[in-house]
Design a protein around this ligand. Structure first.
Ligand SMILES: C[S@@+](CC[C@H](N)C(=O)[O-])C[C@H]1O[C@@H](n2cnc3c(N)ncnc32)[C@H](O)[C@@H]1O
Length: 404
């Protein structure tokens, strides 16, 4: 397709550069504002085009050489071509633009990741013909390390890659989770074939658990059966597939900020996961946690029991159903990327609680949901860079009911 030389004028939702050619918006991944670049149009849509960056003719002062050999091919990181301060500046601008859509023009408080790299406690890898891989769009990219996870996980990746090559047609995914030097590996099978895991288990070393998942069922094969640790003064457990915030250096700061912003005695914590946040709040308030997943709910029940949290009630089910009839002073919501369903929004509107604390990993769906909540105004917004170097970030929005 045709090549152009253009100046990058703006930033798109995923941090890509934006320019205009003949009035039409063109997104240029890995290009920075102010740069003069040579690009090639690779996709044409009715309202925008997508380009491939061919060459940076005049580079921004913020440009850096990406340290990872897989950058641009694995689909993971989006900001390694710039310094971390500039990444935070771009993310802040993107969030600020989103928040303006719901009338918020105030300050965005930025909480950087304490580490730019090696902060993730979990990685999901695909099994391709060349072994363990990450995926960009539909293209697999074989990797032997990822800079976002710890050295321990990277050592495990190399060992598992060797093992998996003997069973390429049996597995389609491998998930590795790490907490406190404990590692859990879940092998997702696509073929009902018996596999001997003894060798890989011994090679991976101590404090390792092996799980197998087939047709949605997870079975414990050998080693440790869950990740167990003390977090913010509470003993907690994470079963192999239950949700836990991925940035091990930043989630405490997020939870502390949530706690600080609670008003009143009664709290409802929607989408409560494995129950750590509910547990922390229950040390000071009365909490009802609502979680759909059975594994997460069981983890939350264990956390409640082991820490003797009499102020905590864990409900298992859909927030859209279980919120009906509940009352509280502060409602916390931390939905998956797709945001809240209409039923959840309607139930919150019925409850009329004083404060809503919205934690979100997708600011676009969060802004859509806030727009549907009646009589709430956004008081304060923070950006937690839980996913440093990637296009994602976590938002904490504090909403207050008007006229109380
Ligand atoms: C982003 S996680 C938040 C977890 C928790 N707040 C934390 O900090 O660990 C979203 C959680 O919502 C749960 N979930 C998804 N849909 C749900 C629904 N309709 N009702 C209740 N929980 C749901 C998922 O299982 C997941 O644990």
């Amino acid at each position: 397709m045709k090549e152009y030389i253009e100046i990058i004028e703006g930033i798109g939702y995923d941090g890509e550069g934006v320019c205009r050619i003949n009035g039409k918006v063109v997104f240029v991944p890995y290009a920075l504002r102010g740069e003069r670049v040579k690009l090639e149009i690779v996709k044409v849509k009715s309202s925008f085009s997508k380009a491939k960056l061919l060459n940076v003719i005049e580079a921004s002062d913020e440009r850096e050489i990406p340290p990872c050999p897989y950058y641009g091919r694995c689909g993971g990181c989006s900001y390694q071509h710039t310094n971390y301060q500039n990444e935070l500046k771009i993310k802040k601008e993107l969030l600020s633009n989103q928040m303006k859509k719901v009338g918020y023009n105030g300050q965005i408080n930025v909480h950087p990741s304490r580490q730019e790299y090696a902060y993730r406690n979990k990685i999901k890898l695909f099994v391709g013909q060349e072994g363990l891989s990450l995926k960009k769009e539909e293209n697999l990219c074989h990797i032997d390390k990822c800079m976002l996870v710890s050295d321990e996980v990277n050592e495990a990746i190399v060992k598992i890659d060797k093992f998996i090559r003997k069973h390429i047609d049996v597995f389609d995914e491998v998930t590795i989770r790490e907490e406190n030097k404990q590692i859990i590996v879940v092998f997702d099978k696509i073929k009902d074939e018996e596999i001997d895991y003894q060798g890989i288990f011994l090679v991976l070393g101590r404090n390792v658990g092996i799980f197998e998942s087939f047709k949605g069922f997870i079975s414990h094969i050998m080693g440790i059966s869950e990740l167990e640790r003390e977090e913010m003064g509470l003993k907690c457990h994470f079963s192999p597939k239950s949700f836990h915030q991925v940035n091990k250096f930043l989630f405490e700061e997020l939870y502390e900020e949530v706690l600080k912003n609670i008003v009143g005695e009664r709290v409802v914590n929607c989408y409560s996961g494995a129950g750590l946040l509910s547990g922390i709040i229950a040390q000071q308030h009365e909490v009802v946690g609502i979680e759909l997943g059975e594994n997460e709910h069981n983890d939350a029940e264990l956390l409640k029991k082991e820490n003797n949290l009499t102020n905590l009630k864990n409900l298992q089910g859909d927030c859209g159903v279980l919120l009906n009839g509940l009352n509280c002073d502060t409602l916390i919501t931390d939905p998956p990327r797709k945001g809240m369903s209409k039923e959840v929004v309607d139930a919150i509107n019925e409850m009329k609680c004083k404060r809503v604390i919205y934690v979100s990993c997708d600011s676009a769906t969060m802004v859509r949901d806030i727009g549907r909540l009646k009589n709430y105004i956004v008081k304060d917004v923070s950006l937690f860079d839980m996913f440093a170097r990637t296009g994602e970030y976590e938002t904490l929005a504090i909403l207050e009911r008007e006229g109380i």
